[in-house]
Structure formats: C-alpha cells, structure tokens
Write a protein that binds this ligand. Sequence first.
Ligand SMILES: Nc1ncnc2c1ncn2[C@@H]1O[C@H](COP(=O)(O)OP(=O)(O)OP(=O)(O)O)[C@@H](O)[C@H]1O
Ligand SMILES: [Mg+2]
Length: 474
Amino acid sequence: MSVDATTEELQADSGEVPSEDADRGRGLILIVDDDRNHAEGSRDVLEMVGFRCDVATSGAEGISMLSRRQYDLVLTDLVMDDVDGMEIIRQAQQINPFVAVVVFTGHATIETAVEALKRGAVDYLVKPLNIEGLRVRVERALEHQELVRVNRELEERLDKRFGFEKIIGNSEPMRKVIELCKQIAETDVSVLITGENGTGKELIAQALHENSLRKGRPLVPLNCAALSPQLVESELFGHEKGAFTGANFQKKGRFEFSDRGTLFLDEVGDIPMETQVKLLRVLEDGEITRVGSNKPIKVDVRLISATNREIETLIEDGKFREDLYYRLKVVTVHLPPLRERRQDIPLLLNHFIGQFSRAYKKPVREIEREAVNILSSYSWPGNVRELKHVVENMVVVSGGPVLMVENLPESIHQGQHKSPTEVQSLVGVPLKEVEKILIEQTLEQVGGNRQEAARMLGIGERTMYRKLKEYGLS
Ligand SMILES: Nc1ncnc2c1ncn2[C@@H]1O[C@H](COP(=O)(O)OP(=O)(O)OP(=O)(O)O)[C@@H](O)[C@H]1O
Ligand SMILES: [Mg+2]
C-alpha cells in the first residue's frame, strides 16, 4: 500500500480508532518535508494509527516548529532547498536530547542517510514509503527513544550513591533509625518508610538500596501520587501494544525494570483501590502480567514504599486495603519530624553550609550562635528540606564568612516563639479556651490547611479533626 491509500484502506489496515490525546504526550511527531504531498500523506498514515503529527513543508519552518513543541520523533527529508536534514537533526537534538530522528531518503542519497545515522538519526526510510513500513519503523524508533530515556534516568539515579554516612543526624531517634536500617538493608523484606514531608524518606530508600545485595541493580522509583489510575497500572506492570487507546507500542513496566533490583513506591497511600488488588497479587505470586496480556512474567523485586499519609486512617475510610498494608510494612521505618530531634539541627546546618558554600563558591564557614539558637527553636513544618532551603538562601545572599541573625529569612523570624509578655495576656484563661484560640490562629496563618496546621502544632491529623469538631471550628 502506498502513502496515497484511501481512508477506508487505512482504517482497515490499522484496526484502531485515532484518538486526540493518544498516549498522553508520547507519540507527538514532526514531519519535515518540502514535498507537501509526501509530508501530508505520511501524516495521514500516522494519524490514522493514533499518533499526533505536525507538518512543516520547509526546513526553516521545521526548525521554528521544533522550538515551539516538544516532539518525541522527527521525521525529516534529507534534501531540501533551504535547510538540509542534517541541520534538522542537529537542532532537534540540541532542543531535546531524547528526541528520535528518522530520515527520509531517495535511492540516490543512501550514502547521505548513512551519514545521518552517524550524526544521531536512529533510522532511515527509503522513498517511496509503504504504510506498514512507515508505521513499524516509527513505532520501533519511539520504543528505542523510550528505552534511551529510561536508561538515562536510571543512570542518573545510580550516580547518586548514598551510604548511611550521607544521612546526617546524631539524635537518639535518628541513631535508632540508622541502626534499624543497617539491620534490614541486606535482607529482602518490604519496608514502609513513614514521615512528614521533607524528613528524608527518599534518602533512606536510596541508602537501603545502596547497602543491599541488590546495589549493582537499579533502584526504580514511581511516584504514585502523580498518576491517574490507568497510568499507575501501565507504569507498574507495563502494557501490550493496543491494550488501550493510545497504547501504540509495547511497554515494560517498572516492576520489570526493577527485576533483581529495588522498586521504590513513593506516596504509596495514593495508589487507587483497583490497582491495590493487583499489586497485592503480584507481591504474593512474584509475577506480573502486562496490561492487555495474560502471560505472567516472573519478577524478583524488593519493595520499598514511602508515605506521608496516615495509612491507618485511609484504611478506616475504605481507601486502602488492610492486607496490602501489612504486606508493605513488614518493617516500618518512621522518620521523626525535625522538631522532635532538634539536636540534629546544628549538624544539618553545618552540613548544608559546607555543601552550598562549595556549590556557590561562597566563603561562608560558619553561623552565628544566636542564629543557631533561633533556628533550633523554630518549628520546621517542612522539616529537613525546609532547613536545606533556608541555608541555601542564606548562603546565596551572605556577604562574609559568617551567617548572621540578620541573614535569617522573614518566615523564621515570624515563626519564633512568642515573647513572655504575649503569653502573659493568656494567663488565667482556661486551657481549652487557649487551645481553641491557638488552633484558630494557626489555621488562619496557614490559609485553612488543616494538615499543615496539625503539623505546626505537633498533633496528628486525626486529633486535629477531633478538636475542630469539639470546638465547633469549620
Ligand atoms: N538526615 C538528612 N541528612 C542530610 N540530608 C537530608 C536528611 N534528610 C533529608 N535530607 C535532604 O532533604 C531533602 C528532602 O529529603 P527527601 O526528599 O528524602 O524527603 P521526603 O521525606 O522524601 O520528602 P517528601 O515527603 O516531600 O517526598 C533532600 O534534599 C535530602 O537529601
Ligand atoms: Mg519523597
């Protein structure tokens, strides 16, 4: 079949219905060809099987379109009047290093096509094209591009090797955490890491993996909160080509990528109920089935999960399966909030001052005693991440070798303890009354965010809800 095939022929050929949001962002193609008929013919073929395409009918137009949208694949003619295909390859890769480029070439210019491969094109297609050839080669190029991207992501993660020595802290609670981690790192038990935002859950997951027997294999992360239910499943288990609209090619899931390594499920409390059933089965059977397939695949995966939500509350509300919860938390590592291990604050301050003064080439060496005192009594709702940002900020704006009280950000000054005279005005007021005022004003300060307010007041979310009800606060 040629690229001039009729719509009926194409639909009979594809068996798929074209979709507007095919594969959510994957499969966006730019076709650059100054032969308009050929360009539009190729576009029709590819759109018919579910890809989204833009067409440029000159090299210059192609380059300008490259800078406007993020394409997954560029199909370009090699010989054009204004800008040649080699320049399109160069520009496409400069704008997006993960783009796949495939070139069109005539029989007469095959040598040039080989040159194009040397410059980074992943394939070439000889004109005139046939439909099946075009479709198969485009799918293969995209699959290749996806593999490159995932591998690069994994390599970057592997660069960040963390031992326990990278976890700063000498307080009693942190020493217990490290002790526990050392005991369980080499085993294959499932670990659930709990703790508020910014307490270091991901850092602990990395350290557990790096100190395990699986450290030569990948640590594959998946943030479950960022994905829709359908995407969570296809990310976890992979899918077969055609499993759902937009599944244009077969895709491995994170379970397969983490085979003989570790899978890190971040924000595990957000996994949709229907996926929880499947996840539980996978953990029990040690095998996965790609979406759209019925062939089980054996996987050997160590699971580490993390959450900042109270899973028990989710279970009470019917949003999390109790049986899965027990599977995930064979061992629980709880990271206490920073306000419960203030002893670590000076150590963390020193650590980050060193890190950021090197990074920003600043001569900062230390921090004034009074500033340490203020920082040590602050409530740190954002925990270590917040402290890290505060130090970064202070180092950047500092002028000399010592960080001073006046370098402290406004938020820290505002969050300081109330002075004794202010507390005095409350003396004699019933405790319940004071508690009500405190909750009311804290809520006001954080714009009504109950989770945040509970955190600042050092109480659990459930306690917060109970008190709100008790005091009739909405
Ligand atoms: N004990 C620590 N020592 C050194 N750096 C730390 C420590 N704890 C956290 N950090 C740093 O603080 C930042 C936040 O940590 P991390 O991302 O691990 O937190 P998290 O608990 O996963 O947060 P979230 O719940 O928001 O995902 C990171 O840059 C991390 O390297
Ligand atoms: Mg995290």
